[in-house]
Design a protein around this ligand. Structure first.
Ligand SMILES: NC(=O)C1=CN([C@@H]2O[C@H](COP(=O)(O)OP(=O)(O)OC[C@H]3O[C@@H](n4cnc5c(N)ncnc54)[C@H](O)[C@@H]3O)[C@@H](O)[C@H]2O)C=CC1
Ligand SMILES: O=C(O)[C@@H]1CCC=N1
Length: 268
């Protein structure tokens, strides 16, 4: 990726996660990154965290100076970006990470077809992201490969049909928040049972990490792995029965479904 310059339109949470991830993975030098944000402190904070990253005076400056332009604003701010950048992105590869906004709307608003729609997630910051992406008609196979390489450097990357991206948003885009809630609640349970808070949170987070690693590394069905933990008449089945009784499985399915529907709504 040497020589490729990448600019973030918006320097918020997700731009920060990606910028840190790209630099930590040594895919891009901080000096090849630029960020613009109407809140000057946002881009300046990112520049202070990643020495070498440049702060641009405007979105237009990024559009003219960077090879890859990443739209990292909230979906609600996208129409302002169309106003500013529409027709000014000739020759640039545009990557949108906004929830819900379709490739058709992006291409129409930006007046370019060379667009890739991505749904990343914040663990990209530590190289453990989960992303999916879809290409507009004007994005070449090389553009897709470049975006895939960027995302794979900060986690896993799946090229998908665009119609799946709202569901990806509801699952892995929003999913870190569900898991944080679960970790926090498990830690509360440990504290209720008498563990000190630090130990309880450390055990909860490592348990989630280890369980996830077992699913990914062994490729076994999560149900089979669950059964291996539960001894007949033991502690785990007592805990599992309580989770089923309280509807945790249904609650998680409903959460992904609600977030998927909200992603589709945001694009309307
Ligand atoms: N936070 C997350 O976990 C994820 C967020 N996303 C998507 O990433 C996008 C950004 O989300 P966050 O980083 O969480 O939001 P954020 O609110 O942390 O950052 C957005 C930034 O955009 C700036 N901004 C607003 N209008 C602008 C404009 N016209 N030009 C340039 N910058 C502008 C804001 O000042 C803010 O700093 C959203 O579209 C969201 O759907 C996608 C995956 C995960
Ligand atoms: O909550 C949101 O709308 C964004 C999209 C996925 C994660 N955060």
């Amino acid at each position: 990726m040497a020589g490729t310059t990448l600019g973030f339109i918006g320097a918020g949470q997700m731009a920060r996660a990606l910028a840190h991830g790209f630099v930590s993975a040594k895919l891009l030098d901080a000096s090849s990154l630029t960020a613009a944000d109407p809140v000057p402190a946002a881009a300046e904070k990112l520049a202070s965290e990643l020495p070498g990253l440049k702060v641009a005076a405007s979105n237009v400056a990024i559009a003219s100076s960077c090879d890859v332009v990443v739209l990292a604003v909230k979906p609600q701010a996208m129409s302002a970006v169309y106003q500013e950048l529409g027709g000014k992105l000739a020759g640039k590869l545009v990557v949108s990470i906004a929830a819900g906004i379709s490739l058709a709307k992006l291409c129409e608003g930006l007046k370019t077809q060379r667009v890739v729609r991505v749904m990343p997630n914040t663990p990209a910051l530590v190289g453990k992201g989960a992303s999916a992406y879809a290409l507009a008609a004007g994005a070449t196979a090389e553009d897709g490969a470049l975006v895939g390489k960027l995302l794979a450097a900060v986690g896993t990357a799946h090229q998908v049909d665009e119609k799946l991206l709202d569901a990806v948003t509801g699952l892995s885009g929003s999913g870190p928040a569900y898991v944080y809630l679960i970790i926090e609640a498990l830690s509360d349970g440990g504290v209720k049972a008498g563990l000190p808070r630090n130990l309880s949170t450390a055990l909860a987070a490592q348990t989630v990490l280890g369980a996830a690693e077992m699913v990914l590394a062994r490729g076994e069905h999560p149900g089979v792995l669950k059964d291996a933990v539960a001894s007949p008449g033991g502690t785990t089945i007592a805990g599992l029965a309580t989770l089923e009784d309280r509807g945790v499985r249904g609650a998680l399915i409903a959460a992904v479904d609600a977030a998927t529907k909200r992603s589709a709504e945001l694009g309307k």
